[in-house]
Design a protein around this ligand. Structure first.
Ligand SMILES: [Fe+2]
Ligand SMILES: [Fe+2]
Length: 317
């Protein structure tokens, strides 16, 4: 982590959101819910989310914003109210999960009650995080000085070690990642998007992409029906990359893939003059969360228009 006060706050938010997602999924399992995991998640949301993260805001960040001229009744007032509402939800969650743990014949009524509280807490906290990330923090950036940034960062680290112990954030990251692996609940945003939209999305960007799997077979390329910098036809799908690369560059591709498989390389790039274009070609290793090789993405791009840019463009054409 770098020494940026805003990264501290937004990284906290991301971790809280991950915990919320795990808690939501677990709470829907009714009597099959993993009570000890749920207790640890609630403990994190209380001990870290409230007593550490919210205190960074309440004790350090909000007072500084007020000092720099933000009104007390505006967004800061709303955020403080919401922190209080979050606390009330957390008290309720702690109480219900303790009852569930004590009672060996956990009833459906209790688990339903728990799931409802989780849903209410999640809705409130998600919208709270959104308001801070997208409204309050950008407002804050306009009023705080360079020196304030250093002050905020140092005070945040101090509060963290006072409330949750030094290195608390890193410890909780490991904990929550472990839960994600255990439950197979790694955040998967793409599952909410249809293949059609995904295809159109990848076709809409001015970049040519291909994917070669771990057995060196071409499995995907975008812009199937469009004219591309390097022609590709559907017949390459399923063929090995060595079979469909020009002879003069095949040894390079093979070397890149071998080095990626051996874990010695994650990226390779080249740039060439081609027809009237300046073509950038790059390869990125695709790995799973354990670092195992799953294939390689090739990205081909005419970067000539970018090389000609000067100054800034901030207005819409
Ligand atoms: Fe907050
Ligand atoms: Fe926050």
């Amino acid at each position: 982590m770098n020494n940026n006060y805003l990264d501290v706050l937004t990284n906290d938010h991301l971790l809280i959101e991950k915990a919320l997602l795990l808690l939501e999924k677990e709470s829907k399992k009714a009597e099959k819910m993993n009570v000890s995991m749920v207790k640890t998640l609630i403990e994190f949301l209380d001990e870290y989310g409230d007593k550490c993260h919210n205190m960074k805001e309440e004790k350090i960040y909000f007072p500084l914003l007020l000092e720099r001229g933000l009104p007390p009744q505006g967004p800061i007032g709303v955020m403080l109210q919401e922190h209080q509402m979050e606390r009330e939800f957390l008290d309720k969650l702690k109480e219900t999960i303790n009852d569930i743990e004590k009672d060996s014949s956990t009833s459906l009524r209790m688990t339903n009650e728990f799931a409802n509280s989780v849903a209410g807490y999640e809705e409130l906290t998600k919208s709270h995080i959104w308001k801070e990330n997208d409204i309050l923090y950008p407002m804050g950036k306009h009023v705080i000085t360079h020196d304030d940034e250093t002050y905020l960062y140092n005070e945040f680290i101090k509060i963290e070690s006072e409330t949750a112990g030094a290195g608390a954030y890193e410890r909780y990251v490991v904990q929550i990642n472990t839960f994600e692996k255990q439950t197979g609940q790694r955040i998967d945003l793409l599952s909410a998007i249809s293949t059609e939209i995904m295809t159109n999305m990848l076709d809409s960007i001015p970049v040519e992409l291909s994917f070669v799997d771990a057995d060196d077979r071409v499995r995907y390329f975008n812009k199937i029906y469009e004219k591309k910098i390097f022609t590709r036809t559907l017949s390459v799908i399923g063929r090995t990359v060595q079979q469909c690369h020009p002879q003069k560059s095949v040894h390079l591709v093979t070397q890149i893939i071998e080095e990626m498989k051996a874990g010695k390389r994650d990226e390779a790039s080249f740039w060439i003059n081609f027809e009237s274009m300046f073509v950038h070609i790059s390869y990125y290793a695709v790995r799973n969360e354990n670092g195992e090789y799953q294939g390689v993405v090739e990205m081909v791009h005419d970067v000539k228009p970018y090389r000609e840019l000067e100054g800034e463009k901030r207005l819409l054409d």
